[in-house]
Design a protein around this ligand. Structure first.
Ligand code: ADP
Ligand code: MG
Length: 247
């Protein structure tokens, strides 16, 4: 008997379509999309505004459901789960970084970072959490509330929160969109470190070729379709390709 080992993708979409609205007002945001996102890699999803990037991320992350098709997180078909099970799966297995940080204003940075784990009743791995806090340069900022932090610091707190539980996958939607370029660079370097040194899996939506240049692989979306991909991208190569897409 032979045993074949097949590496399971961190996440997968199979024939995923998403329509918003009905009848004449219906918008097809995704059209029969198949994607596989590898574990231990940094993938960027790139495309013009309105091409379906956020919609694809929301489907992959179980934040919304496709109109048709299947989504898997590892071996789990999340499109089969009921709302309660999906909420628990998101809480326990997925990390999120949003453009607008989404920190709780009444809590300190330290409290924000471990909040999802506290809610889940899980004990944070102190060594791991300390490691990411130090890597993010947040050690001196832990007692501060979000309003006492710069945008860059707030997003680094959000990144620490996303990674605190060592989730199976981290999704980021335009994480540098609200940051100045120096803060954006720090965040992107951290995400790359999280993947290459700490073995995390990151999937980032961006419309910025410079940000996509930090990824290991870029998927290009246009008009609800995955139209191409690029491995070991550079910012220049991504920019050239986007011009070709007419973005
Ligand atoms: P991107 O993130 O690439 O800018 P989106 O995924 O946000 O694109 O949107 C893809 C398409 O779906 C766009 O035409 C957008 O207007 C539409 N869309 C997105 N969200 C909604 C919604 N909640 N209701 C109606 N249309 C939507
Ligand atoms: Mg978007």
């Amino acid at each position: 008997m032979t045993t074949t080992t097949r590496t399971t993708a961190a996440a997968r979409a199979v024939g995923v379509s998403k329509f918003y609205g009905t009848g004449d007002a219906a918008v097809a945001a995704l059209k029969d999309v198949d994607v596989e996102l590898d574990s231990g890699r940094f993938t960027a999803i790139m495309g013009p505004s309105g091409s379906g990037k956020s919609t694809l991320l929301h489907m992959l992350a179980g934040l919304d459901r496709p109109t048709s098709g299947e989504v898997y997180l590892g071996d789990t078909q999340i499109t089969k789960l009921n709302d309660k099970a999906l909420t628990l799966l998101r809480r326990d297995r997925i990390g999120f970084i949003f453009q607008s940080f989404n920190l709780l204003p009444t809590m300190s940075a330290a409290e924000n970072i471990v909040l999802p784990m506290r809610i889940a009743g899980r004990k944070p791995d102190e060594f791991w959490v300390q490691t990411i806090i130090e890597r993010l340069g947040l050690s001196e900022r832990l007692r501060h509330r979000p309003t006492e932090l710069s945008g860059g610091q707030q997003q680094r707190v959000a990144a620490a929160r996303a990674l605190a539980s060592r989730p199976q996958i981290v999704f980021a939607d335009e994480p540098t969109g609200a940051l100045d370029s120096a803060s954006g660079t720090e965040l992107l370097e951290f995400l790359r470190t999280a993947v290459h040194e700490f073995g995390q899996t990151v999937v980032m939506v961006t419309h910025d070729p410079t940000a996509a240049g930090y990824a290991d692989r870029v998927l290009f979306l246009a008009d609800g379709h995955v139209v191409d991909e690029m491995h070991e991208p550079t910012a220049d190569a991504v920019l050239d390709y986007m011009k070709h897409l007419g973005a």
